[in-house]
Design a protein around this ligand. Structure first.
Ligand code: SF4
Length: 243
């Protein structure tokens, strides 16, 4: 795949992976009277480098920020929730089992990886310690809002015709609607900001749903969404050629 980090996610701190013992009791967003060891947060900051971002507190416990990856002008952008444990360590989105499931789903849907840019709504891994493990924690709305700054830059830079929202957090970020409900729109095509938005499940749900039937249904829905995204992207491209 001809791919490139659009944002300099690799030009960042060379910190070792954070561990549960790195966690502090500091609040997620540090108020004015926060303890001295609270992470620095500059909500109005407008950084040019992802690695410098302090718009929310998630930078403080993550190993590195994880930017999007894919062709510069991919017609399809897939947006997930946030980097997971492996992504946090490797600095790339959708590596590991979720990435493999997406690769399989893309192949089954007949969509080429070269047509897809992959990113997350939130660029730092949010986690909480459980023993020696770092357990995923869903980003708060204020963190989704803060990180929309980067998603907007990716959308402006890549200019996709179609956005595939992988899960509820991505859907809220893309639609800029904190009340958006995934279940109400899975299988539909929405329009937002002059682009098609195809909502579907996050690949982690297709991997971890408690029963096999639900996992299969979720996977089939992801394949259907990607197929729909591919069709829409091709249709729009041919319309543009004819104009
Ligand atoms: S999660 Fe997003 S907004 Fe928050 S510090 Fe990281 S890059 Fe910045």
């Amino acid at each position: 795949m001809c791919s490139a980090h659009i944002f300099d996610a690799n030009v960042m701190s060379t910190r070792k992976p954070a561990t549960p013992s790195d966690a502090t009791d500091a609040p997620a967003d540090a108020p004015a009277d926060a303890p001295a060891d609270a992470p620095a947060v500059e909500r109005e900051q407008q950084p040019t480098r992802l690695g410098d971002c302090r718009r929310c507190a998630l930078w403080s416990k993550a190993t590195q920020a994880v930017g999007g990856i894919g062709p510069k002008h991919a017609p399809i952008m897939m947006v997930g929730e946030q980097p997971g444990d492996k992504e946090d360590q490797q600095g790339k989105p959708f590596v590991g089992p979720a990435g493999q499931l997406l690769d399989d789903a893309l192949q089954e849907a007949g969509v080429a990886r070269r047509d897809v840019y992959v990113t997350n709504a939130v660029k730092h891994f949010k986690w909480e310690p459980r023993g020696k493990r770092r357990m995923h924690k869903t980003p708060a709305q204020r963190e989704i809002d803060a990180c929309r700054y980067w998603l907007e830059r990716e959308l402006a830079s890549v200019g996709p015709r179609v956005i595939v929202a992988l899960g509820a957090t991505a859907l809220k970020a893309i639609l800029e609607d904190r009340a958006a409900r995934l279940q109400a729109v899975v299988g539909k095509v929405l329009e937002h900001g002059g682009r098609h938005v195809v909502p579907t499940y996050h690949p982690s749900f297709a991997l971890r749903a408690p029963d096999e039937a639900t996992r299969q249904r979720a996977y089939a829905a992801i394949v259907a969404a990607l197929r729909k995204a591919g069709t829409l992207a091709q249709r729009d491209a041919s319309r543009e050629r004819d104009e």
